[in-house]
Ligand binder design. Structure first.
Ligand SMILES: Nc1ncnc2c1ncn2[C@@H]1O[C@H](COP(=O)(O)OP(=O)(O)OP(=O)(O)O)[C@@H](O)[C@H]1O
Ligand SMILES: [Mg+2]
Length: 277
């Protein structure tokens, strides 16, 4: 790739991953990040948003599976000055899993603040941090409202797992996903949507088909030792490393060892998992 081509990439903020992705993500596109629990998905997303901030961009983190305080604690734990990350809190309260509010109500209740504002609010026990119930259409409405008030360059949705578990019919899910992907394409944001890894007998998910690229993270234990790995499974319009590479998580965040390989027994175990990395 020419150096002009490389300049058009959105760096992930992780040097080794950028190397695997031929310079980074292609701006304006939507990517899926799927991975095991504890594999480092949210941390990777944090690097991606912090890189945007470094470049003077506006970045939005939609948290669904974890309360905003968990996210900020974890980012601060990595020593990041994450105060400029805007958080849209879509973390549903347990009792909201049953009763769905109206979309308008949900949109009106959306709660957005930067991490630095958030800690003040939390100290004052501000109710604005309590989130409404959530479904794909309500998430889309929240995003639309937020995009009306501010233009963003980078977006993370972490994650769509609990939305799927809330039991949308397959057809509704497909319509909802299509609609969100269309919105994101229109807005021209570079987006990472976090997901779990599908099981062998799951139907093919529409988000995997619609995404412009899929990054996969694994966490596995082999002979009593924990390994983390990353691979690029699909990258439309871009060359990419097709090897599985080792990942380390330290107090500074993620390091991807783009020129190293995992021990053969780890690669063998990964090759037996579904879908094959
Ligand atoms: N400050 C830190 N220093 C070293 N390791 C850390 C630190 N903070 C978190 N970790 C490690 O990073 C791991 C991955 O964290 P992360 O939250 O990014 O994973 P995840 O894939 O998003 O997990 P989940 O599926 O639970 O959302 C944690 O399980 C923990 O072992
Ligand atoms: Mg996470």
């Amino acid at each position: 790739m020419t150096s002009a081509g490389k300049r058009r990439r959105a760096s992930t903020g992780i040097e080794g991953l950028d190397k695997m992705l031929d310079g980074g993500l292609i701006p304006g596109r939507t990517y899926i990040l799927m991975g095991d629990h504890g594999s480092g998905k949210s941390t990777l997303c944090g690097h991606f948003l912090m890189e945007g901030i470094k470049r003077g961009e506006e970045v939005l983190y939609v948290t669904i599976d974890a309360p905003p305080s968990d996210i900020s604690t974890s980012f601060i734990g990595y020593g990041w000055d994450a105060g400029k990350i805007t958080i849209l809190n879509a973390h549903p309260r347990v009792r909201d899993y049953k009763a769905r509010g109206s979309l308008i109500e949900v949109a009106a209740q959306r709660s957005v603040s930067t991490i630095s504002e958030m800690s003040d609010k939390e100290k004052g026990n501000n109710q604005a941090l309590v989130s409404p119930d959530l479904s794909l259409p309500s998430l889309q409405l929240m995003l639309q409202k937020e995009f009306e008030s501010k233009a963003y360059d980078r977006l993370v949705i972490d994650s769509i797992l609990s939305l799927r578990m809330l039991g949308a019919e397959e057809v509704q899910w497909e319509i909802g996903i299509n609609s969100i992907f269309r919105l994101l394409a229109e807005e021209g944001l570079t987006t990472i949507i976090v997901s779990d890894i599908p099981k062998q007998y799951d139907n093919i998910r529409p988000e995997f088909i619609l995404s412009r690229g899929i990054i996969r993270m694994n966490r596995l234990v082999v002979a009593g030792k924990t390994y983390r790995a990353i691979s690029a499974q699909k990258m439309r319009g871009s060359g990419h490393d097709d090897q599985v590479r080792p990942v380390k998580i330290t107090s500074h965040g993620i390091t991807v060892e783009a020129s190293k390989v995992l021990p053969p027994e780890v690669v063998t175990q990964l090759a037996m998992s579904f879908p094959k990395p």
